[in-house]
Design a protein around this ligand. Structure first.
Ligand SMILES: C[S@@+](CC[C@H](N)C(=O)[O-])C[C@H]1O[C@@H](n2cnc3c(N)ncnc32)[C@H](O)[C@@H]1O
Length: 360
């Protein structure tokens, strides 16, 4: 926790800044808004029995927002990949009850003055289910005393979830009978046992956590996924998780209708996805601005296609992928290998491509 600093993002949800990576974990305009806009709303048409691969789980905003949004679906499995165990353990305790900015859905009639508003939120039952999964998996380590009792972090943490966490820790709840569990929890915090929670917890929601470099984990996974979140730090900070070799592993893990979602709009990322075999398109926000990339083996999943101009840009030097053949190089090695390949490349530069087409 010393290496990352919490702060309140633009929509009132908690974000983190990493001193080690000198990078933000969450977009300054809103950690939760970003999770919804980039990782949830583009997933249309999912049925029950969903398998999600959350790469770079962090505080879990993407999986949590996804679960909140898909609360009517049965059997959702989340395989969560993250290198930092502390973040995973912290995830159910982060405050979710901020007043979030309303999300404006464009009215059909462009002259209408008031559109429909939808509030982004994460309900308490999501954190509660997550907490149960974490407790089962991590038992002894589950409760991060040093962090959760540290007054420095108190404004960012949900006091009620901490109360329940302490209860789990103290009573080793899995050794008590389920009805007794519920009664005890009801007594300490009855609001959390809402009708909705009871329904959802029966619906087969499971989180698995893999604490390791995601490059090691992807080689071991056996599932095929319906949805993949790729939320790594930017390409220059974490090239390990954007290399062609890593993305090829994700291609193998995708089922035929899988959608891979990432916040990145970068030419390098989009071209890498294409070279790995995916069809690629844009994630658009409510102002029709591209706020990320969607990739799939199934062409029909790509609603917002790249234009001819954008596709041309991918085939300039800027689109040359990172290589990491054995998925074991350091960030510097990966960056330097690409630098050399770019220097020796016969492709035109992106600036020439833009200049030739009258763009800056
Ligand atoms: C941009 S943040 C993701 C934020 C996260 N999705 C959330 O909802 O809080 C990037 C995350 O990648 C993790 N990370 C960095 N390198 C990694 C690696 N090689 N394998 C797995 N996770 C990694 C960091 O610890 C950090 O939590």
């Amino acid at each position: 926790m010393d290496s990352f600093l919490p702060y309140i993002t633009g929509d009132g949800s908690v974000g983190l800044y990493s001193e080690e990576f000198n990078d933000i974990y969450h977009s300054g305009y809103g950690a939760l808004t970003e999770a919804y806009e980039k990782f949830v709303t583009p997933n249309l048409g999912l049925e029950d029995n969903i398998k999600v691969l959350d790469i770079c789980y962090g505080l879990g905003y993407n999986s949590k927002a996804f679960l909140n949004f898909n609360s009517n679906k049965k059997n959702i499995l989340f395989d969560c990949l993250e290198i930092d165990k502390n973040l995973i353990l912290l995830s159910p305790f982060i405050k979710t009850n901020h007043t979030l900015k309303d999300y404006f859905i464009k009215p059909k009639n462009k002259h209408a003055r008031i559109g429909k508003y939808k509030k982004y939120k994460i309900d308490s039952w999501v954190n509660k289910i997550l907490m149960e999964n974490l407790f089962e998996e991590f038992k002894q380590d589950f409760y991060l005393k040093s962090i959760l009792d540290n007054s420095k972090f108190a404004p960012y943490l949900d006091a009620k979830m901490i109360k329940i966490g302490k209860f789990y820790q103290k009573n080793r709840i899995n050794t008590i009978s389920e009805p007794q569990n519920r009664l005890n929890l009801h007594n300490i915090y009855y609001q959390y046992l809402s009708k909705r929670y009871k329904v959802s917890s029966k619906n087969g929601i499971k989180f698995n956590f893999y604490i390791d470099d995601a490059r090691n984990t992807v080689k071991k996974l056996k599932n095929k996924y319906d949805v993949i979140f790729l939320d790594a730090f930017t390409t220059d900070k974490c090239p390990q998780l954007w290399s062609l070799d890593f993305i090829k592993e994700l291609y193998k893990l995708s089922n035929e209708n899988c959608v891979l979602l990432t916040y990145s709009n970068s030419v390098l990322v989009r071209n890498t996805l294409i070279e790995a075999g995916f069809f690629v398109g844009k994630i658009l926000n409510k102002e029709n601005k591209s706020i990320g990339t969607i990739a799939s083996k199934n062409k029909s999943k790509i609603i917002n296609k790249l234009t001819e101009f954008e596709l041309g840009l991918l085939k300039t030097r800027a689109g040359i992928p990172y290589r990491d053949v054995n998925l074991s190089c350091t960030a510097n090695e990966i960056i330097n290998t690409r630098k050399k390949e770019v220097e020796e490349s016969k492709l035109i530069t992106s600036s020439k491509y833009l200049k030739d087409r009258g763009k800056k």
